[in-house]
Design a protein. Sequence first.
Length: 132
Amino acid sequence: MPAKGDKKKWHSRLVKDKQIVSNQQLEDKIAKKSSLTSGNVHTVTGNLMPTQCQLLLESHSVWLDGPGTFPLIVSCKGKKMNTPEKAVLQQINCTRCRFTLEYTRTTFTGNTRHLYNGSASSLSIIGSLVAS
């Protein structure tokens, strides 16, 4: 907390809903917005996930138009090796899939913005201001 008389500083923070959305809930929402049945959506999402995982394991980054890119990231333990032959798979200690939100670059100003076009009412779900 700041000392008495000091002005507070603020930063953004993501506020997460405690509820996790299941595949079934996601599929139902997609079906309501399209002409597909929830069974058809289930088939597509059921094939999307293993296909995306296989592509990631084959060293591809997966880009979905709209949401963004999913690259696979690894980190290694131990010393860096001087030759590629000495580097071994056992050095990998962490594998993660990182999500990078898609963005656009405005031609005239050079500003970058995320493709999130939420309303002010949904801003409270996306983030909040926190005093430090």
